[in-house]
Structures are given as C-alpha cells and as structure tokens.
Design a protein. Sequence first.
Length: 66
Amino acid sequence: MKINKYVEDLRAKSAAELNEELVAAKKELFNLRFQNATNQLDNTSRIKEVRKNIARIQTVLAAQSK
C-alpha cells in the first residue's frame, strides 16, 4: 500500500515538479552506484528501489503528457 500512496502523490504533482523529482532520483541512483562500486554501500536493495521509482515517475509523466 505504501507504493500506491507514492504513485498518488506523483499524480498530484505538476510536470515541472515531476521533472525535478526525476533529476533528484537519477542523481541518487548515480551516487548509489558509485558507492556500490567502491564497496561503501550497505543497503544494495536501495538501488532497485530507486530504479523502480524513476520508472514510476517517467510513467506518470508520460500519462500526463497525453
């Protein structure tokens, strides 16, 4: 149910806000990958979670542009 709440929050945002959130998520993913490569990342499942959040944001953006 936590995911449904996140998607509802995304749908309530404007395209500009979604783009900002997308940029922030991509930066976080880059940092997580960098930490993983240098063996500093403890919670590797966070990478998968951020990737899915990026996909969710892109899906909502595509649906709003139609």
